[in-house]
Design a protein around this ligand. Structure first.
Ligand code: PHE
Length: 519
């Protein structure tokens, strides 16, 4: 089978930036900065990005390019026992895709009803309840009987859009990516100009950039910064292995990864400037919340209706804002589906287009779980577990496989194969992958578990989330991800009995010819 390939270097870079830059940049990053002393958080984020994020990003892309397979096949080529690690990443990616699409659907819905902001001018109470009313949420884990039909409609639109973008693999992705990466930047620039021209904007900028050094002593700052680096760079989600596997051997991974990571950072900073200047301008600087969902759907709408006293101007601003979020979210959503569908189709030698379509349909149907009045609470629970626990664990396992069950020097050789000016130094890569990543991430995982139990063992208990919902949406989903590798092995065995032969070439067995053929 001919392997899909990026049309050019810039297509790959843009696709990777599109994946990395998502809703996380727009609200999670500014929210965390607000909570953790502005510039102090930015500094720690930068360190975490250099020490952990960039080496892991390079590692995933490089392994993908060498092996030419999605995450599980790539892991297996490094060590015959490591395939399940790849499946944990894939199954967690599917979980994230399922609910990310629902958040995307809410964004689409808010975009559609943005005209309502005109009628709400000055009415902050009305603005803050707009979204909650639309999705009919009870805020708790009860209320299955009520379905928010407009959300069902938007979820359908979201999945059709995502499928349409990836239906022809890198070819169709390459076409849409130019728009989905440049449009949000343009929108953010428009919003930033508006933000800067508001009175009080400077107070916001000061709060965002001037460090409050005392925040550095809080462990949660470090935990949040590291988690955000992972989430933002789309690491440990099986995406970068897949995107790397579509790369040409002549690609310059060391330089490209730097471009991807720093573009992601710049866009986070730009989104932060928008958030802080606008909030400061409308006198809501202290309301920027670390909880992303609340910021985008409750706090920001309040800011929008206070922007001016001219109704249509506010509505226009709302349209730009939600359009910006749509363009931010779509390429992250389809990248995560690509990561999963590449892994599955590689393993079972399936047609990629059909695999993608099936995945989209299945994920859309399961996503219906989140469109009832109980949906928001469930989404919050699943999101918390997928990111604070499973994602971090995947990072630990990946680093251990590469650092300790394989040779980092071989991966580094791939990374630096075509370098010109910038070469990834061996000490940097080795220390990160062998020591810092496993130790820090394991620490982060333990910290999160301890924090959960210190809080009574139930995530969101104060918000009315039940033990049962934590068991189902948290422990059970994580458990399923952890055993997904075993399930796939069983399926593979059953298929092997029927004569199915897998590709099992290890790292060193992949010859130039196979690579050429694969290309
Ligand atoms: N990097 C994305 C963001 O910042 C996170 C993400 C990637 C989420 C892919 C889903 C899928 O929003």
């Amino acid at each position: 089978m001919k392997r899909d390939k990026w049309a050019s270097r810039s297509t790959f870079i843009l696709a990777a930036i599109g994946s990395a830059v998502g809703l996380g940049n727009a609200w999670r990053f500014p929210g965390l900065a607000a909570r953790h002393g502005g510039g102090a958080f930015l500094l720690v984020y930068l360190i975490a990005m250099l020490v952990l994020g960039i080496p892991l990003l390079m590692m995933e892309i490089a392994i993908g390019r060498r092996i030419r397979k999605g995450a599980p096949g790539a892991m297996r080529a490094l060590n015959s026992k490591a395939e399940p690690v790849g499946w944990i990443a894939v199954s967690n990616a599917i979980v994230i895709a399922i609910y990310y699409a629902v958040v995307f659907a809410w964004v689409i819905l808010m975009f559609i009803v943005s005209y309502k902001f005109a009628g709400l001018t000055g009415d902050t109470a009305g603005a803050s309840s707009l979204w909650a009313t639309l999705i009919k949420t009870t805020g708790t884990t009860s209320g299955y009987g009520t379905i928010a039909w407009p959300v069902v409609g938007c979820l359908t639109i979201a999945w059709i859009a995502a499928y349409w973008c990836i239906r022809k693999g890198t070819e169709s992705v390459g076409k849409v990516i130019k728009y989905t990466v440049s449009l949000p930047v343009i929108c953010l620039l428009i919003l930033a100009i508006r933000g800067f021209t508001m009175e009080g904007a400077m107070a916001g900028i000061t709060k965002f950039f001037i460090p409050d050094w005392s925040a550095l002593s809080s462990a949660s700052l470090w935990v949040d910064a590291i988690g955000q680096v992972f989430y933002s760079l789309s690491i440990a989600m099986a995406i970068m292995f897949a995107y790397g596997s579509f790369l040409d051997r002549s690609s310059n991974i060391a330089a490209d990864s730097m471009i991807i990571a720093f573009s992601d950072l710049l866009i986070s900073l730009l989104a932060g400037v928008v958030m802080f200047t606008t909030m400061s301008g409308v006198g809501m600087l202290d309301d920027i919340s670390a909880s992303g969902i609340v910021t985008a759907f409750i706090v920001y709408p309040q800011a929008i209706v206070r922007l001016t006293t001219v109704p249509w101007v506010n509505a226009a601003f709302a349209y730009v804002f939600y359009f910006c979020l749509i363009t931010l979210a779509i390429d992250s959503l389809f990248s995560i589906v690509e990561g999963a569908s590449t892994a599955i189709s590689d393993k079972f030698k399936l047609n990629r287009r059909k695999t993608t379509l099936t995945l989209c349909i299945v994920a859309a149907v399961i996503g219906l779980f989140f469109v009832t009045a109980a949906g928001l609470a469930w989404l919050d629970i699943v999101d918390n577990w997928a990111n604070s626990y499973t994602l971090v664990l995947t990072g630990v396992l990946e680093a251990i496989v590469v650092g300790w069950c394989f040779k980092t020097s071989k991966v580094l050789e791939q990374i630096n194969m075509n370098t010109r000016k910038f070469k990834m130094p061996a000490w940097w890569f080795n220390i990160s992958i062998k020591v810092v990543a496993p130790v820090i991430l394991a620490g982060l995982f333990v910290w999160n578990i301890v924090a959960l139990f210190m809080g009574g063992g139930v995530y969101g208990a104060a918000d009315g989330y039940t033990v049962a919902s934590n068991i189902l949406g948290g422990w059970a989903v994580m458990g399923l991800c952890l055993v997904s590798g075993a399930i796939v092995m069983l399926i593979a065995k059953a298929r092997a009995k029927k004569g199915f032969v897998e590709d099992t070439a290890g790292w060193d067995e992949i010859s130039e010819e196979t690579e050429e053929e694969a290309v």
